[in-house]
Design a protein around this ligand. Structure first.
Ligand code: G3P
Ligand code: MG
Length: 253
């Protein structure tokens, strides 16, 4: 049964760029998404030690760069010296950790919409939103943006500072809140969508959210069969590392 759709996002959003085929959260990954026809991508934003919004998923540097230790301990200038592509494959050596500023320019150039998932360093929920807001205010032009976060504090501040920029609550499981509470919270935060782990489509959450005034989007969905289950359950969009593409059909730069 299809839930009524409240937003107009594409049915597939590239997750961390087209991150199955290029290193996640890099310019290469975002460009590859655009080249393959995706009009929106999701990416994770957190602050360097000197308060610059940059795009990086983990709190620790090891998995997706050649750095060591905590992201938050380093200045943007230091983070920019790291390699963020070689861990993925030799073809991507030289990719760096992007600043949000440079990626917003890329979005304007390629006409991409950007889902900024606010990933606050410890106790930096508000500082992260404030820094992103300051950056957006300081720029001449910005692309279309959708904010999202696991952090209620971050979303509350998004609502105050940028009431007209759409926002979404991200939920992975029911450890913190019941399904009922999640639906109420999403509505109270004025979210236009709720971004859930795709496994939650098999829970009561779908039924409880059916008449709620927001869309449901699912992460991370890399197979067509899973995507069809999400759409079939009434979810508006999926976040996908593969874009449901297979390597032979991928357009290469
Ligand atoms: O924004 C959806 C999804 O990216 C949330 O989880 O850990 O992949 O950032 P994660
Ligand atoms: Mg994310």
């Amino acid at each position: 049964a299809l839930k009524f759709h409240f937003t107009d996002f594409p049915t597939i959003i590239a997750h961390r760029g087209l991150s199955a085929f290029a290193p996640e959260n890099t310019m290469a990954s975002f460009r590859l998404a655009a080249l393959n026809g995706f009009r929106w991508f999701e990416t994770d934003v957190r602050l360097s030690a000197d308060g610059i919004p940059m795009l990086f998923h983990d709190a620790e540097l090891e998995r997706t760069s050649n750095g060591q230790g905590l992201f938050v301990d380093y200045s943007a200038a230091h983070l920019k010296t790291l390699d963020a592509g070689g861990w993925f494959s030799q073809d991507f050596i030289g990719e760096t950790i992007p600043t949000l500023d440079e990626v917003l320019d890329l979005c304007l150039e390629l006409r991409l919409g950007i889902n900024l998932e606010i990933k606050p360093n410890v106790d930096q929920d508000q500082a992260t939103v404030e820094a992103v807001h300051q950056l957006l205010q300081s720029r001449h032009a910005n692309p279309e943006i959708l904010f999202s976060s696991y952090s209620v504090a971050a979303l509350t501040l998004c609502q105050q500072l940028r009431p007209r920029t759409p926002r979404a609550l991200v939920v992975d499981n029911f450890e913190l809140n019941t399904a009922d509470e999640i639906v109420a919270l999403t509505e109270r935060l004025g979210c236009t969508s709720l971004h859930i782990n795709q496994q939650l489509i098999y829970t009561d959450l779908i039924r409880l959210a059916y008449y709620a005034p927001f869309d449901i989007m699912c992460f991370t969905v890399n197979k067509k069969i899973t995507a069809e289950r999400c759409w079939g359950a009434g979810c508006a969009s999926i976040f996908s590392d593969t874009g449901l593409l297979e390597a032979p059909t991928l357009k290469q730069p």
